[in-house]
Ligand binder design. Structure first.
Ligand SMILES: Cc1cc2nc3c(=O)[nH]c(=O)nc-3n(C[C@H](O)[C@H](O)[C@H](O)COP(=O)(O)O)c2cc1C
Length: 199
């Protein structure tokens, strides 16, 4: 089974990246293949609405997004984390979300399971609107959205690494990952038993 994690912060070892790594722990412990995409390292240009994908089903912009298209097809589950920027996801992450447009007819994420993490520096700083932006995208892609203990993970932290002092939030991220893992396995088992009945 395969899971991908996308970290939307442009800062190395940002708080949202750290929470993403904690959310991926249950998958590592259960022997899944884990691929992580860090927007502190990758360069992904915004969609320029050239619409050539409508003819070809592929994006003509040749950058790190090509690997993410492959990962969309490869994964069984997806976790996205973002810093809150003006009550929304980071521009870096938004480029990925928009560039899905090139493959939306193919529906590479349909029926897969996903969850979200948002980190702002203020309590009620827009974590909920940021989570909702990610969920709206996930639902548009046909992803089944899974909560942590309470909705997605909403965290308050400022300087890179500050979140490491918040044991409870690290735990919340792991719970989110575990819930995604559990539902993905349940759906997989159900599909397998349906296959048996149909044959
Ligand atoms: C351009 C910009 C806009 C921001 N807007 C908000 C905001 O609306 N609400 C908030 O709580 N924090 C805001 N912040 C603070 C970041 O969300 C916060 O520092 C967070 O820890 C960043 O996540 P990271 O550590 O993963 O980079 C903003 C920061 C930047 C650079």
């Amino acid at each position: 089974m395969n899971v991908i994690g996308i970290s939307g912060t442009p800062r190395k070892k940002g708080n949202s990246e750290i929470l993403l790594r904690h959310a991926l722990k249950p998958f590592e412990h259960n022997g899944w293949n884990v691929k992580t995409f860090l927007l502190s390292e990758l360069e992904i240009k915004p969609c320029n609405a050239c619409n050539s994908c409508r003819e070809s089903g592929t994006c003509i912009i040749n950058d790190d997004m090509q690997g993410i298209y492959d990962a969309f097809r490869w994964c069984n589950a997806i976790i996205i984390s973002s810093p809150v920027y003006y009550l929304n996801v980071s521009a870096q992450l938004l480029s990925i979300l928009d560039r899905h447009y090139a493959v939306h007819i193919e529906k590479p994420l349909e029926g897969k399971v996903g969850g979200a993490i948002a980190v702002g520096n203020a309590p009620s700083g827009g974590q909920v609107t940021t989570l909702n932006a990610i969920y709206a995208w996930m639902l548009s892609c046909g992803i089944i959205c899974v909560p942590g203990e309470l909705a997605g993970v909403k965290a308050v932290a400022d300087k890179p690494g500050d979140i490491l002092n918040q044991e409870n939030q690290l735990k919340q991220a792991e719970i989110l990952g575990f819930n995604i893992l559990k539902l993905t396995k349940t759906l997989q088992e159900k599909n397998e038993s349906d296959d048996l009945i149909n044959t």
